[in-house]
Design a protein around this ligand. Structure first.
Ligand SMILES: Cc1cc2nc3c(=O)[nH]c(=O)nc-3n(C[C@H](O)[C@H](O)[C@H](O)COP(=O)(O)OP(=O)(O)OC[C@H]3O[C@@H](n4cnc5c(N)ncnc54)[C@H](O)[C@@H]3O)c2cc1C
Length: 305
């Protein structure tokens, strides 16, 4: 069970930062609480008593999103359900609806934030591979005297290992900033003990853009989760595909490459087998989702021989 002396609900970023700076050691920030609550139970941390819990869900500056100059700035309170329901987010972040659909269930998706998923830094956190593939950055704020100071860094650099991040002790995450992937097809693959209400064993995200003919990979973004201490961006495979004619053989060759990068200590052979199929399926699904015309079956079949 999770108990605390003080449950605080700031409504502005300045108030949240002041409360956080003044909070006694051992206090915690909370957004959707979908990681923190299950952590404080038998078998994990057990009964936990905290001096203060600072609930960020009403901080107005952390809510909502903006799209500007090719970037999507997601306030830290944006929850997974929004990636399913919001048409603008679906268009600009086209792998996120596929990530959200297999994320927990309706109830958890209404609470669970992408920022909380990233700060939790699970090697298999579902939202992390798509964010890394979108060159995602994380914005953090702290107080310097009375002044709010912000900094941003790549999410790929923010994650330091399982449960470890570069978040400073007095900092609050304010936003996740991704490149707009409008015009790309997106996909997300996930496998766990079962398909829903499960943390992934392995997951993969892909974004693909073709040239107007649909025959050439104009751009490809790929990332894997659950294969090591932190999710992996597959930039060498992206480089191998970019500018090339789309053939099944090329996709199959590319999909064979990352298996040897599986560094997880558990179920390594299983994860290696999964990765190959996932990369292939992720690219194929992203191609199907891509707005550009698809190569004809004959062309695809010829390429497959
Ligand atoms: C039934 C169930 C199913 C789940 N299914 C999945 C799944 O399919 N895939 C998956 O990846 N995860 C899953 N999870 C885990 C969890 O839902 C996610 O990690 C979620 O995104 C966490 O977000 P949250 O807002 O609830 O975080 P919280 O629990 O509120 O916080 C998580 C961590 O982030 C910190 N934090 C939160 N917001 C901020 C901020 N703005 N600034 C600084 N620190 C902050 C907190 O202090 C805490 O350390 C599941 C959990 C449950 C209970």
């Amino acid at each position: 069970m999770l108990t605390c002396d003080h449950y605080l609900m700031p409504t502005s970023l300045e108030e949240a930062l002041m409360l956080w700076r003044g909070a006694p050691s051992g206090s915690r920030l909370v957004a959707g609480a979908t990681d923190i609550l299950p952590w404080a139970r038998e078998g994990r941390a057990g009964d936990v008593h905290l001096p203060s819990l600072i609930d960020l869900s009403r901080v107005k500056e952390l809510c909502g999103y903006t799209v500007e100059a090719g970037k999507v700035r997601l306030g830290a309170n944006v929850v997974y359900q929004q990636f399913l329901e919001d048409e603008t987010l679906r268009r600009h972040l086209p792998a996120m609806p596929f990530c959200a659909i297999w994320f927990a269930d309706d109830q958890i998706r209404q609470q669970a934030t992408l920022a909380g998923n990233i700060v939790n830094a699970s090697p298999a956190g579902d939202g992390i591979p798509p964010v890394i593939a979108m060159n995602g950055e994380i914005e953090m704020a702290r107080l310097d005297g009375d002044r709010i100071v912000r900094r941003t860094m790549r999410v790929a650099e923010f994650l330091r290992g399982p449960g470890k991040t570069a978040l400073g002790p007095d900092e609050i995450v304010t936003a996740i900033i991704c490149e707009s992937m409008e015009g790309y097809g997106g996909s997300f693959q996930k496998v766990g003990q079962r398909r829903s209400l499960v943390i992934s064993s392995v997951c993969a995200a892909a974004f693909v853009k073709t040239d107007p003919s649909g025959e050439i990979f104009e751009d490809v973004r790929l990332a894997l989760g659950g294969v090591g201490p932190v999710p992996l961006r597959l930039t060498d495979i992206e480089d191998m595909l970019r500018g090339q004619r789309i053939t099944r053989q090329l996709v199959a060759d590319a999909a064979g490459l990352p298996a040897d990068r599986v560094a997880s200590r558990t179920r390594r052979d299983y994860r290696r087998a999964v990765v190959r199929g996932f990369i292939e399926a992720a690219i194929e699904d992203a191609l199907v989702a891509c707005g550009a015309p698809q190569p004809g079956p004959a062309q695809r079949e010829a390429a497959h021989v």
